[in-house]
Write a protein that binds this ligand. Structure first.
Ligand SMILES: Cc1cc2nc3c(=O)[nH]c(=O)nc-3n(C[C@H](O)[C@H](O)[C@H](O)COP(=O)(O)OP(=O)(O)OC[C@H]3O[C@@H](n4cnc5c(N)ncnc54)[C@H](O)[C@@H]3O)c2cc1C
Length: 490
């Protein structure tokens, strides 16, 4: 946990951390693929990070790659919203954080020489707003929570409760990146929701209300919905991470850096609609500018989230288990609303506008922390039912609704508000949601079938990696799919 930094301290720390990062243990260059056979014609569906890294490494190895991307830009769910706010302020609609143990992401950040700023840690919040009360939070201070906590929980405080109920279980999870890692021995955690898991470890309802607010509720349909094992795996992979970063100037620089190097290989505006599989190869039919066209290859990498792959006709169909995984994995609804303020008024109170709440605005944070100027941008990050409720509103209603709740958490928001923007990932035609989640039982039932190739078709995407919901997972999966293709026979 970190203490609050003023913005000035923070920018100073960012410069130091960039220097420190350069000295971190070498993530190095990815071990280049060594091609041992004639070049393959490879089709990649999707120019998100997983498809881009696969295409990039295969191209470096001398394969002949064609990428089909439905949008006119690369990056998929890495998307920086530009030219919509004043004074060149920007906001991330998708990925924000890069942790110091995200070796794949950091490797390419370094390879492309992109600038990093350190971010306030995700779990550092300056305010909690629970059950109608606003509480200033400081990790080391004794806080009166107005929740029904046991005497021990009261003494432990939020960080201590987190460690007691969640941190202490992570040793058991092992290293989910290890090639032989399996959820099977942890089946009992997959059978329960996260809320059931916390209860089974003795957490009171007050402790659950505190831990879920703005954090554990951000996956799936809240803490009552998703497999405890999915969250524990995620946390096990963050173990040991002390710092996180973001790209100064916007995270879309990372996919753009790949795309610049692959430019003539990407067919933009090309929406895949059908996959034909034969013994000898694959043929993908796509729509572009109202016309139907097709491309043929030896191998195909599907680097699309499963809910989008489900809309593509496949002949002959994939195996039953793969088809089941594609059809059944749910995706978290996410809506993000960004409020621009004429000043960073929260600084006067010595705060950052980061809060965990049980209000519909859920989690709030400072978008402008590393951006110059006097204006600020505070964001509300909503998932599940709140995300859908807000997504159903018109833009002006989304802003008014968010502002009304933001004012409760950060008084002064209304007086300083100038306008805002929003993004619904459910309404994004080529995402259809934020990131996949696992219902109880789904990790053990589907795990083996997620990444497994189907003949000449390989699968990439954060959803088929050890780290769903992270760029690092997307890159890991793309590298794995590229290796499979490179080592394939024919
Ligand atoms: C709200 C949100 C917050 C996040 N926060 C973080 C974070 O803080 N840190 C972090 O590391 N990660 C974060 N992530 C996750 C990260 O953005 C993803 O893990 C990563 O970008 C996924 O890359 P991908 O290649 O697997 O999929 P995508 O980026 O979804 O790429 C798939 C591509 O396929 C294209 N496509 C779709 N359908 C078709 C079709 N029929 N034909 C052709 N192309 C098609 C899409 O346009 C898209 O470009 C966040 C994601 C979201 C949504």
């Amino acid at each position: 946990m970190r203490h609050t930094l003023s913005r000035r301290e923070f920018l100073g720390a960012s410069a130091q951390s960039a220097a420190a990062l350069a000295m971190l243990s070498p993530a190095g260059r990815a071990t280049p693929l060594q091609r041992r056979s004639p070049p393959r014609r490879v089709i990649v569906l999707g120019a998100g990070l997983s498809g881009l890294v696969a295409a990039y490494e295969l191209t470096q190895a001398g394969h002949d790659v064609t990428i089909l991307e439905a949008r006119l830009r690369p990056g998929g769910r890495v998307c920086t919203l530009r030219n919509l706010l004043s004074d060149n302020l920007y906001a991330e609609a998708g990925a924000i954080y890069i942790h110091d143990n995200h070796t794949h992401t950091l490797r390419y950040v370094r390879q492309f020489n992109l600038p990093l700023d350190e971010t306030p840690l995700r779990n550092f919040q300056s305010v909690y707003y629970l059950r109608g009360r606003r509480v200033r939070f400081s990790p080391n201070a004794a806080i009166r929570w107005h929740l029904d906590l046991t005497a021990e929980e009261q003494r432990l405080g939020q960080p201590g409760m987190w460690q007691k109920y969640i941190g202490s279980a992570l040793e058991e999870i092992g290293d989910p990146r290890a090639p032989d890692w399996s959820p099977e021995p942890l089946r009992r955690y997959d059978q329960m929701t996260m809320a059931e898991f916390l209860r089974s470890r003795g957490a009171s309802e007050g402790a659950i209300a505190l831990l879920r607010a703005g954090y554990l509720d951000l996956w799936g349909e809240s803490i009552e919905s998703y497999s405890a094992l999915s969250l524990l795996r995620d946390q096990a992979l963050l173990r040991g991470s002390r710092r996180s970063y973001t790209l100064r100037g916007g995270n879309d620089q990372l996919p753009k850096a790949f795309a610049e190097r692959l430019s003539e290989k990407i067919r933009y505006g090309a929406e895949a609609v059908q996959i034909e599989r034969t013994e000898q190869g694959v043929r993908v039919h796509y729509q572009r500018a109202g016309h139907r066209d097709a491309v043929t290859g030896d191998r195909l990498i599907c680097a699309l989230p499963f809910p989008l792959l489900a809309r593509i006709a496949v002949t002959p169909p994939f195996s039953q288990t793969k088809a089941r995984a594609i059809a059944e994995l749910p995706i978290t609804s996410v809506t993000r609303v960004y409020l621009q303020t004429r000043q960073r008024f929260w600084e006067a109170e010595g705060l950052t506008p980061s809060a965990n709440t049980d209000l519909p605005i859920m989690w709030t944070h400072d978008v402008s922390f590393n951006q110059p100027g006097v204006r600020g941008v505070m964001e509300s990050y909503m998932t599940g039912a709140s995300a859908r409720q807000t997504a159903a509103m018109r833009e002006s209603e989304r802003l008014a609704f968010t502002l009304e709740h933001m004012e409760k958490v950060f008084p002064g928001a209304r007086a300083h508000f100038e306008g805002g923007i929003s993004h619904s990932w459910d309404q994004d035609e080529y995402a259809r949601g934020g990131y996949i989640w696992f219902k109880p039982g789904q990790m053990t039932a589907l795990w083996q079938h997620l990444a497994r190739p189907e003949g000449r078709v390989h699968f990439a995407g954060d959803h088929v990696s050890s780290q769903p919901g992270w760029m690092n997972g997307a890159l890991e999966s793309g590298l794995r799919a590229a290796r499979e293709v490179n080592e394939s026979e024919g």
